[in-house]
Write a protein that binds this ligand. Structure first.
Ligand code: ADP
Length: 426
């Protein structure tokens, strides 16, 4: 088990997918990283790691609640000896004038006693750049991107200095690209000037990957920064270069024993991946009508799996074609159908684990959420990538024994995803 002092970075992510993306980015940059689901228990035993990403669901909830939950995460991280905390937001700065980026930043800044906080959602490799404080999504300003029509957080202003100032109690300033291009010391001088004039948060431009590294260096002078996976990358590279990390995506000893795959995603990619899996492992297609009718279908699936697990991995799928999905939804309602199938998948996962399966691949974002909730897994150590954005995960602090998982949402992964995943989950 690690000593608290070894944690060099703590992150508080305002949603689960963003947290996974950040944890994966930190791992790729050389930090051993654990992602937790919510604020962990105070006695969570961690393996030896460099970074912890606490996943919250605080992006679109009431601002006061977002502040309370973020501060609970902060206090857990500081209690583990974390010096620098990144408050991880969406790279499209999803928020409204009521928050939640500004209020959470204000509260964490007050706790950290930083005079000024660097803020940037820039992540050039995914097309998010900031110039003169304006956020671009690909080639268009934020307010001309599809984010202008976001159902929860429509973004009508690309100027983040203004956007953040409307949400925050502090004055917001800008560190522009010209200053950044002159290097870390020029940024430090500019920040000191801004802080002197009462500015408590500075949007910092970033257009190229290398800009993130300069930002990472300067941010580590402070106790708090705010941004997306891009600034996470800058922080991680700085920490890794300083020798504060041991690059290693090995997840410990192989787990062995039976393995199973569950698919609740109906995406095109998943449907193709199921078709490929049929060639190499037994596949059971659930009858969605029977799933909605009661628990028998899950029990039937478990009995089917138990008969085969001794011979190799199996796949159980609820996935259907778009036409079949639409027909089922029109008969039962979209939410009711989705929820019933998610719960059946969770029942099946639970039964499989009871039958000795400790290597589990799950396709579908919501499906994965339901499975992880049911298995009561508090966190994951992030391992090697199976496909872009989909790492192998080892459960941390689980009461269900050692477990290794792959959780894939939507269209991720190549055609052989299920076999690819199992090959990396010995
Ligand atoms: P993705 O990551 O592809 O969006 P999710 O698991 O997030 O996958 O969402 C898929 C949703 O579809 C879940 O709510 C799941 O329960 C539901 N679902 C799965 N199979 C079917 C089906 N045959 N008909 C209708 N809904 C389904």
């Amino acid at each position: 088990m690690t000593s608290a002092a070894k944690l060099s970075l703590g992150c508080i992510a305002d949603d689960y997918t963003g947290a996974s993306d950040l944890a994966n980015t930190l791992t790729r940059a050389g930090l051993r990283t654990v992602q937790t689901i919510g604020v962990p228990a105070s006695d969570l035993a961690l393996p030896e790691v460099d970074a912890v990403v606490v996943s919250l669901k605080s992006r679109s909830i009431e601002a006061g609640l977002a502040v309370t939950r973020s501060r609970a995460a902060e206090s857990w991280l500081r209690g583990r000896g974390v010096k620098h905390i990144l408050f991880k937001i969406c790279s499209t700065f999803d928020s409204t004038d009521a928050g939640n980026i500004g209020p959470v930043m204000d509260a964490l800044r007050a706790d950290s006693k930083d005079s000024i906080v660097l803020v940037t959602p820039a992540f050039p490799e995914t097309g998010r750049t900031v110039y003169q404080g304006n956020l671009f999504v690909g080639s268009v300003p934020l307010n001309e991107s599809p984010l202008k029509d976001h159902p929860l957080n429509p973004m009508h202003d690309s100027n983040l200095v203004r956007v953040l100032a409307r949400q925050s109690k502090t004055k917001v300033g800008l560190v522009d690209l010209a200053t950044l291009a002159r290097g870390a010391d020029a940024v430090r001088v500019k920040l000191a000037e801004l802080a002197q004039s009462g500015v408590g948060a500075a949007i910092i431009d970033a257009v190229f990957d290398r800009d993130l590294e300069t930002i990472g260096q300067v941010a580590l002078d402070h106790r708090l920064s705010v941004g997306a996976s891009g600034i996470g990358l800058g922080l991680a590279r700085t920490l890794a270069a300083a020798g504060n990390a041991k690059p290693d995506t090995a997840l410990g000893t192989p787990i062995g024993g039976p393995a199973a795959c569950l698919a609740g995603s109906c995406s095109q990619a998943t449907l193709r991946q199921i078709a490929s899996a049929e060639k190499v492992m037994p596949v059971l297609h659930l009858d969605p009508e029977r799933v909605i009718a009661g628990k028998d279908e899950a029990q039937r699936a478990l009995a089917w799996a138990r008969d085969r697990l001794g011979d190799g991995p199996v796949l159980i799928a609820s996935s259907s074609t778009p036409d079949e999905v639409a027909a089922l939804q029109s008969r039962h309602g979209r939410d009711a159908a989705g929820h019933a199938i998610e719960q059946a998948m969770a029942d099946i996962a639970d039964g499989l684990v009871q039958s000795g399966v400790h290597r589990l691949v799950v396709a579908g974002g919501e499906t994965s959420g339901a499975v992880v909730d049911r298995l009561g897994i508090p966190g994951f150590l992030v391992g090697a990538e199976i496909a872009a954005g989909v790492p192998v995960l080892r459960a941390v602090g689980s009461g269900r024994g050692e477990m290794v998982l792959a959780l894939k949402s939507g269209n991720f992964g190549g055609p052989e995803f299920f076999s690819d995943a199992l090959a990396l989950m010995p």
